[in-house]
Design a protein around this ligand. Structure first.
Ligand code: 13P
Length: 251
């Protein structure tokens, strides 16, 4: 049985004083909810704060991106080995905002995925189609291409110590959630595609749903057979909302 995971993606939000309140509230809330995993992926400057406040709590922390190399002359970049220094467990790679706004290709995302695992951290690999692609019937082709970029270069076994997040681009920050049935269909497609290469890996890998997950829709989504939790944007910035979503993930 896959243990559910709810991960917050703060994106470019936060400030020391407000983070302190939010992190304390999430840690306190999660102390009462042992039935699922919980993590927050914070902006780089707040990793030290997350480490200090969350160490010893039931909440893990992580980052939202990493460079594909361990070090070098890459002004402004941050490597996975640096993230490891701050006690991160997870690193998001290939978020649609990075793919679309910063031109990250699936090949680059696969390199980042490998770098994160190389630092003994767990990549959260984001995949998902745009509205245009969905309407053109291309959802499975797009998701397969994003997934295959990792398995073709690193092998299907690379998915063992990873998390996949299906995030339809049209549902991110729009308030327009995929229906549980729409999400489940893509999650099942992803799992079947992995199973075609390795049934055990497919059974074990956690596939999160992301895109306007709220307290009001989380339980319905998480009840689906292949939805193993959520990657939460906006609602992860409010402790009550985030904890309500974590509650919906309890086994
Ligand atoms: P929202 O929950 O704000 O739609 O964001 C989802 C997301 O992009 C998480 O990575």
């Amino acid at each position: 049985m896959r243990r559910k995971l709810v991960a917050g993606n703060w994106k470019m939000h936060g400030a020391l004083a407000q983070n302190e309140v939010l992190l304390n509230a999430v840690a306190a809330g999660m102390a009462q909810m042992p039935g699922a995993d919980c993590a927050v992926c914070v902006p780089f400057p707040y990793l030290a704060q997350a480490q200090k406040q969350l160490q010893g709590s039931a909440v893990q922390w992580g980052a939202q991106d990493a460079h594909q190399l361990a070090q070098g002359a890459f002004t402004g970049e941050v490597s996975a080995t640096m993230l490891k220094d701050f006690g991160c467990r997870y690193v998001i790679v290939g978020h649609s905002e990075r793919r679309s706004l910063y031109g990250e290709s699936s090949a680059l995302v696969a390199e980042k995925f490998a770098a994160v695992q190389g630092a003994e951290l767990i990549p959260i690999l984001c995949v998902g189609e745009t509205l245009e692609q969905r309407e053109a019937g291309e959802t499975e082709r797009v998701v397969a291409e994003q997934l295959d970029a990792v398995t073709a270069t690193l092998g299907v076994q690379a998915l063992v110590k990873s998390v996949i997040a299906y995030e339809p681009v049209w549902a991110i920050g729009t308030g327009k959630t995929a229906t549980p049935e729409q999400a489940q269909a893509v999650h099942a497609f992803i799992r079947e595609r992995i199973a075609a290469q390795d049934a055990t890996v497919a059974q074990e890998v956690r596939i999160l749903y992301g895109g306007s997950v709220k307290a009001a829709n989380a339980a319905e989504l998480f009840a689906k057979a292949d939805i193993d939790g959520g990657l939460i944007g906006g609602a992860s910035l409010q402790a009550d909302d985030f904890l309500a979503i974590c509650k919906a993930a309890q086994n």
